[in-house]
Design a protein around this ligand. Structure first.
Ligand SMILES: Cc1cc2nc3c(=O)[nH]c(=O)nc-3n(C[C@H](O)[C@H](O)[C@H](O)COP(=O)(O)OP(=O)(O)OC[C@H]3O[C@@H](n4cnc5c(N)ncnc54)[C@H](O)[C@@H]3O)c2cc1C
Length: 412
């Protein structure tokens, strides 16, 4: 269920195991929802969860700012948001932050390795770059906090090198004009970037060549069970049945799972991106950049610059809020004023499938033949390949290559 980057990678690894696989999606092609125009980063270095001891104060200080990096629309009548928000608050302790970082980082590192191996195997081309990711900080306190977090992450296997502003400009010369405003940076050489849409479409074509059937334009309206087994799917074109089912519907997974009485704590966090044609390559970053203060990322994808960020918890509605979309454009112009023809920037909005602890929901479900591969939030592109391999391992009855305790629905 689902032909986003998570569903298609899962179908590919299931096909490699020799299963007969059918992918169902309501869109006319793969990756046309959240996997379409995301920030493009394969960023194990972005594994810190949103919920941490500093977040409640930050969110309060942002109240009333319509262009704030993270906005909760608390005033709406929205019980799923409030229930999600309470769980989020429970995760805002130092101990939970450490635990959630370690789970996310392990999966992100595993997934990055699986993606590299897949690329070597298949030669897939998707405007990818292997120049690393540089996080930049303007605020000294934030930078020192990030350096401490980097030490914890280094202990878990992530390379993150602290850099002075001058070193940041050395790694990415397009930052030279703003280097004086930076407090410092952290560079992850092994992180990567690439176009999730191009990747998913290319992998879907490869999977189709291996016999995977793509039933596009088909809406799943419910899942039917008999006892503790799924019996079939109700779809816009009638019932469909299989031996095993994988739920990978992104932000829409909880809505469809409800038909089984299954409550998945996933809430959509709407984010925005712009994609602008590069007019001055020298003024455009080659290394993917994360601006921690504005919670934004900048990625060179072929002849374009993609800038993405901000989060708005306001339901499943994709209507863009103009002030937030403009904030993306404004911040990009401020950092890279001469890089692109910003008049031709293409705006986009997508719904990140966010869990309260920022860890995806991965593995078995209470139904014997239903597997969950969903809730990847801000890091679905980063974690797709590893998550898919894990699900294929579970379905084949193999022990996954990495420990999966703590990733399942049972933790809620
Ligand atoms: C602004 C922004 C920036 C981001 N930047 C990054 C980044 O730099 N790096 C990173 O790793 N991640 C990033 N992400 C997150 C990443 O894009 C998502 O986690 C990922 O795309 C989720 O993939 P998915 O396959 O789970 O969901 P989706 O791509 O949404 O796929 C779900 C599929 O299910 C289908 N579907 C839904 N409901 C039904 C139904 N009822 N019947 C049939 N089909 C249905 C949809 O059509 C869709 O194709 C970003 C997200 C946003 C919004």
């Amino acid at each position: 269920m689902g032909a986003g980057v998570v569903g298609v990678t899962t179908a590919y690894w299931l096909a490699r195991d020799g299963h007969a696989v059918t992918v169902i999606d309501r869109q006319p092609g793969p990756a046309l929802e959240t996997s379409f125009a995301n920030g493009g980063q394969i960023s194990a270095s972005h594994a810190e969860p949103w919920a941490n001891p500093g977040t409640p104060a930050k969110v309060l200080s942002w109240l009333g700012r319509p262009d704030a990096p993270l906005v909760f629309r608390w005033t709406r009548w929205d019980p799923p948001l409030w229930a999600w928000g309470l769980r989020f608050l429970r995760n805002c302790t130092a101990a939970r932050e450490r635990h959630n970082t370690s789970l996310t980082l392990s999966l992100a590192l595993y997934s990055r390795a699986v993606l590299k191996a897949l690329r070597a195997d298949t030669g897939l081309v998707y405007d990818h770059r292997t120049d690393g990711i540089l996080h930049v900080y303007r605020d000294r306190k934030e930078y020192h906090h990030a350096c401490r977090a980097a030490e914890t992450m280094a202990a878990l296997g992530l390379d993150r090198t602290p850099c002075t502003p001058a070193q940041c400009a050395g790694i990415e010369p397009a930052l030279a004009p703003v280097a004086a405003k930076l407090a410092g940076g952290l560079f992850s050489r092994d992180d990567e970037s690439g176009d999730a849409y191009l990747f998913t479409v290319a992998l879907a074509a490869l999977a189709a060549g291996m016999g995977v059937a793509f039933r596009m334009g088909l809406t799943i309206t419910g899942i039917e069970a008999q006892g503790q087994r799924v019996r079939g799917l109700a779809t816009s074109e009638g019932p469909l049945a299989a031996d095993a089912y994988v739920l990978a519907l992104g932000s829409f997974s909880p809505l469809v799972a409800r038909s089984l009485g299954l409550r998945l704590p996933i809430y959509p966090a709407k984010g925005y991106s712009i994609t602008a044609p590069v007019t001055s390559p020298a003024a455009t970053p080659r290394v993917s950049i994360t601006d921690d203060e504005h919670k934004m990322v900048f990625t060179r994808l072929g002849d374009n610059l993609r800038a993405a960020g901000t989060a708005e918890l306001a339901g499943w509605d994709l209507t863009p809020t103009p002030v937030r979309a403009q904030a993306i454009l404004r911040n990009t112009k401020a950092l890279f004023p001469d890089a692109c023809d910003y008049d031709r920037a293409q705006p986009w909005a997508g719904l990140r499938p966010k869990t309260p602890d920022s860890v995806p929901i991965l593995g078995r479900s209470p139904f014997a033949n239903l597997y969950l591969n969903t809730g990847h939030g801000t890091l679905g592109w980063t974690m797709a390949c590893g998550s898919a391999r894990i699900i294929a391992d579970l379905i084949a009855g193999r022990e996954p290559d990495m420990a999966i305790e703590g990733l399942g629905l049972g933790r809620f």
